[in-house]
Design a protein around this ligand. Structure first.
Ligand code: NAI
Ligand code: MG
Length: 373
């Protein structure tokens, strides 16, 4: 599995008194409120041999909150995250499909405010479930079409909508570099004996520069140049490129060939939900929003109103997100413990939520995973 990738995240283990980490918990809406407690319980249950203790800060955000108070992301939440938390877990927020005056997604705002420029989404198959896949999608999180510079006007009596797609050299270099660091780190973990489909690190740059030669062209060229100019560090990585539509095709036909895929915001968003389909359910796919100093673990799924309140939400995406958060905070060993407990639960094929064909409740799955520590 992916491990801590940035030296700035690496923190030394203390052999003396256990270190206490403060984790902000932002359940948000819908099943976010059912799965965030899973992350909390799993962190609390980690064996004491890792020398970590956790304290949790409950924080507010979301559409429900907005409907009650007119604010989707309170300043208190941002303050707590920036001043007193070492990391955070975010559940999900509901977003209305039509524009609601004054509302915008709090996770999008948080990514911006905390400088979380990379969205990291590993997808890994466990034997016998779905397709063989062991890839991570590294999605640029701050620009592209998601800057939301849209306008609507009328020409010749017809409405026309336009949106700006912004790609900058700065943001592209940053995302290309972290993707290459992740590729090297995955290789390091492999060499330590972690299971993997790959022999060496591979980077795939996704783009559509055959059509968008200026914007996607800049994305592609910037990463390629950075790779070429830093052969001393990244020379062991096999560099490849894939036009985004053929990327989708190949990802479904032969997912096993991909290792680290780096993509602009919109393609990355779509690819990572598609990749989730390869491993059976959105309910098992984690993510982390990562910047140079902070990481927020976040399940890839949304607030799932169709299953809310039934006690059957799959907690695994959140549990793996908690592990991913720990990795980026510099604690790969307890993260690995969580991953292998989850893998063992999935392999045994007994205690599963209905999205994976089982009959178990959220809490039964949490208990089964903790039992395996
Ligand atoms: P969704 O991810 O909430 O649900 C899609 C399907 O997957 C549903 O059938 C749901 O039951 C199932 N599913 C999702 N997570 C599951 C879990 N943990 N266990 C079992 N089944 C699970 O996406 P949808 O329905 O398109 O969106 C619902 C709401 O969530 C919308 O308001 C949307 O805007 C929001 N959303 C929020 C996201 C976020 O907070 N990052 C991401 C995606 C959607
Ligand atoms: Mg999405």
């Amino acid at each position: 599995m992916l491990s801590a990738t940035r030296s700035s995240f690496k923190r030394a283990y203390s052999s003396a008194a256990p270190k206490t980490l403060t984790i902000g918990l932002i359940p948000g809406d819908g099943i976010g409120r059912e799965v965030i407690p899973a992350g909390k319980q799993v962190l609390e249950a980690l064996p004491s041999s890792y020398g970590l203790k956790f304290q949790f800060t409950d924080l507010l955000a979301g559409f429900e909150l907005f409907k009650k108070t007119g604010v989707a992301l309170p300043e208190d939440t941002v303050q707590a995250l920036t001043t007193s938390c070492d990391g955070a877990l975010f559940g999900a927020v509901s977003s209305p499909t039509t524009k609601v005056e004054g509302y915008s997604s709090p996770i999008v705002a948080l990514r911006k405010k905390l400088g979380l420029y990379a969205n990291v989404r590993p997808v890994k198959s466990v034997d016998g479930i779905g397709r063989p896949v062991d890839m991570v999608i590294v999605r640029e999180n701050t620009e592209d079409l998601y800057i939301k510079e849209e306008k609507l006007y009328v020409k010749d009596g017809q409405k026309i909508a336009e949106a700006i797609k912004r790609i900058s050299e700065n943001a592209t270099t940053r995302i290309g570099k972290i993707a290459m660091d992740i590729a090297l780190q995955r290789q390091a973990v492999r060499e330590l004996g972690g299971s993997s489909l790959h022999k060496g690190p591979i980077l795939t740059v996704t783009h559509k520069s055959n059509v968008l030669s200026v914007s996607d062209g800049l994305f592609r060229e910037t990463i390629k140049n950075y790779y070429t100019e830093h052969q001393d560090k990244y020379g062991s990585i096999q560099y490849t490129e894939q036009i985004v539509d053929s990327m989708v095709y190949r990802m479904f036909r032969e997912p096993e060939i991909f290792d680290v895929v780096v993509a602009p915001n919109l393609y990355g968003d779509i690819l990572s939900d598609g990749a989730a389909a390869l491993v059976g359910s959105l309910g098992v796919v984690p993510s982390a929003n990562v910047g140079d100093n902070f990481a927020i673990g976040e399940p890839c799924h949304g607030s799932a109103p169709d299953i809310e309140g039934k006690g059957i939400s799959n907690p695994i995406a959140t549990i793996r997100s908690a592990a991913l958060m720990l990795e980026f905070m510099g604690y790969p060993e307890p993260a690995a413990k969580i991953y292998s407990a989850v893998d063992a639960n999935l392999m045994e094929d007994k205690i599963k939520t209905p999205d994976l064909g089982g009959k178990s409740s959220t809490q039964e799955v949490i208990n089964d995973i903790i039992k395996r520590f």
